[in-house]
Design a protein around this ligand. Structure first.
Ligand code: C5P
Length: 240
């Protein structure tokens, strides 16, 4: 697939046309941002690792029957994907209380959440990604009730698959954010990325933080943590 015109530039990824109108190339950039893009830096090789990590998760999910945008990793940093019409929802699933949940509600830090908590935020920087309920989502015309029920159903399956996959590799999965879109046939398909930029990952033996929270808190070793996640999920193929 030949890389064509840039059709979308996000905060950490670019989307390019290809010679096939149903496919795009997603380029994972090295930029990392926090706080609606206020805090911004470049981390050498972050795009490389996030693309490799996301590809691995998409492959694991595809093998379990989840529809994803993923076609192939052309080379690290460049993912060939189905073109999706993205839904501006940040679908957040939580297995352990952390982050904004413990700031906004009286949960205890690291409290187990079983069944998992699913939350949907409106992906909109101008409005600072407000938390939605179904009624507001439907009134905004973002999705129908049936689509929201389908999204929750697929999201719980994704959570169960990835939580087990990660725990076998000594990683806890406190929470993560995913996004969905419609493919050319109108199916709801998992898009975007699944990486340390969009998930919390904790070492299950040491409780070491292995994700973007290190950057958010201004700590060092961000890339080392991302590389550690990559090595933990890419080795031990025998466990699958
Ligand atoms: O900040 P909060 O605790 O709500 O984040 C929950 C999860 O969603 C975290 O894994 C975080 O990385 C992810 N997230 C994201 N993009 C956002 C907000 C949250 O990837 N805009």
């Amino acid at each position: 697939s030949k890389i064509g015109d840039l059709i979308y530039a996000g905060k950490a990824k670019d989307v390019y046309e290809t010679d096939n109108p149903t496919q795009v190339i997603v380029k994972f950039r090295d930029d990392i941002t926090a706080g609606d893009g206020i805090k911004s830096e470049s981390l050498v090789k972050k795009g490389f690792y996030n693309s490799v990590i996301s590809s691995k998760f998409f492959e694991v999910l595809e093998k379990s029957g989840i529809k994803t945008q993923y076609i192939e990793l052309i080379k690290p940093g460049y993912m060939l994907c189905k073109k999706l019409d993205m839904i501006p929802l940040e679908v957040i699933t939580r297995n352990i209380a952390a982050g904004s949940l413990i700031k906004k509600f009286p949960f205890t830090d690291k409290q187990e959440l079983n069944p998992p908590v699913i939350q949907m935020d409106y992906k909109n920087d101008e409005y600072h990604d407000p938390m939605l309920n179904d009624s507001i989502t439907i009134a905004l015309g973002l999705a129908t009730q049936q689509e929201l029920d389908g999204i929750r159903d697929i999201t719980l399956k994704i959570n169960a698959i990835l939580k087990d996959f990660l725990l076998e590799r000594d990683i806890l999965f406190p929470d993560f954010k995913i996004e969905y879109g419609f493919d050319s046939q109108g199916n709801i398909v998992l898009g975007d990325e699944i990486s340390p930029d969009t998930c919390r990952f904790w070492d299950s033996k040491t409780w070491e933080v292995l994700d973007k929270d290190l950057f958010r808190k201004g700590e060092s070793g961000v890339m080392d943590a991302y590389m550690k996640v990559a090595s933990m999920i890419l080795s031990n193929e025998d466990k699958e």
